[in-house]
Design a protein around this ligand. Structure first.
Ligand code: NAP
Length: 334
């Protein structure tokens, strides 16, 4: 069986280029003792993949040159030498940008295709959903009556942060790029307001929705928007550093927050987190996210793209804002 794969060929400087990738087709090898062969249907394209391509110390080792590009995936077990998995089981796991993956089973989680579409286990019931859930509830310690400001509000994580804030009785104010995304965030997802950061009137437009200040700022983008949020904090506000996508392709040093002294003035807290910190509590998070989804309180939106060959160009959509919803790559035709 041929297995199409993308491997990392070089460490990118700035936005990843075609020459940073190698597209390979190789036969699937036989599985060994305890191993599981998974036919991959969908791969998750995430902003974090850009960081995994860099050398250096991080919360997870970098992808090595020549290695299959790391990515979350969902698929079906088609052969197993592991008693915990059998042919026909649907699973999620970090099997990479390829059409078949072999695992010891340690990093695989069974998923229920009857509960939800399997691609949702890469989105609202997967890593982005759990990031929003633990980031807002645990790190952000959201409570009723708070005003929650979230950037990247139309994206995989941000769209869920605002919806969970509303479920918890808080006000949700989003920041997103463009009027179509902002309209979706308010009209379809039920945020109280959304402000377009690409508009010339951005700062003026923020005034009304934030007239009572910000109790929780959930930061997905960093850079200038983080500074704007820091300047609007209320007393004892919580700033959740989830991501900084505006900085991931920098060729110059990352821009740090200028307005951080407002943390002192407002007795506020700024804390970074990585969703993997909550691995032991994933089941609890997925259960509640699935319940809210089934009750119609939490909407998921997938931006599906087809064709493993097109992976390099599709990944870039995250950084241009062309994705509208959780970006997922369909890696096979059948
Ligand atoms: P996403 O929001 O679905 O997609 C990325 C979005 O970022 C784009 O659609 C674009 O939206 C926005 N963006 C791109 N460049 C930007 C810029 N220069 N300034 C402002 N916005 C920009 O992606 P996601 O998967 O939900 O990830 C969102 C953030 O969460 C990322 O920073 C990611 O690294 C982080 N994250 C962290 C964890 C963790 O464990 N800490 C886990 C998952 C994700 P617009 O069209 O609105 O600009």
């Amino acid at each position: 069986m041929p297995n199409k794969q993308y491997r990392l060929a070089a460490r990118p400087v700035g936005l990843p280029k075609d020459s940073d990738w190698e597209f390979v087709t190789e036969p699937v090898r036989d599985i060994g003792e305890g191993e599981v062969l998974v036919k991959i249907y969908y791969a998750s394209l995430d902003p974090a993949m850009r960081g995994w391509m860099n050398d250096g110390k991080s919360y997870i080792p970098p992808v090595q040159i020549g290695e299959v590009m790391r990515a979350g995936t969902v698929g079906e077990v088609i052969a197993s030498n592991n008693p915990d998995f059998g042919a026909g089981d649907f699973v999620s796991g970090t099997l990479g940008i390829q059409q078949y993956g072999i695992s010891t089973g340690r990093d695989l989680t069974k998923i229920d295709p009857d509960l939800s579409l399997i691609e949702n286990y890469l989105g609202g019931l997967g890593m982005p959903g759990l990031t929003a859930y633990f980031g807002l509830l645990d790190v952000g310690a959201v409570k009723e009556g708070d005003t929650v400001l979230v950037s990247g509000a139309a994206g995989a994580v941000g769209s869920l942060v605002g919806q969970i804030a509303r479920i918890k009785g808080a006000r949700a104010v989003g920041i997103a790029g463009g009027s179509a995304k902002c309209a979706y965030v308010v009209d379809d997802l039920g945020f109280d307001a959304c402000v377009d950061y690409k508009s010339e009137t951005f700062l003026k437009d923020l005034k009304e929705p934030l007239k009572t200040g910000v109790d929780v700022y959930f930061d997905n983008v960093g850079g200038e928007i983080l500074d704007i949020a820091l300047a609007r904090l209320n007393r004892h506000a919580r700033v959740v550093i989830c991501g900084a996508i505006s900085q991931y392709n920098n060729t110059k040093p990352v821009r740090g927050p200028q307005n951080y002294m407002n943390l002192l003035v407002q007795h506020a807290r700024m804390e970074g987190f990585v969703v993997f910190d909550y691995a032991k509590r994933y089941a609890e998070g997925v259960k509640e996210l699935a319940e809210w989804h089934a009750e119609g309180k939490l909407k998921f939106k997938t931006h599906m793209e087809a064709g493993i060959e097109n992976f390099p160009a599709i990944l870039l959509k995250l950084f241009s804002g062309e994705n509208f919803g959780k970006l997922v790559l369909k890696v096979r035709e059948d």
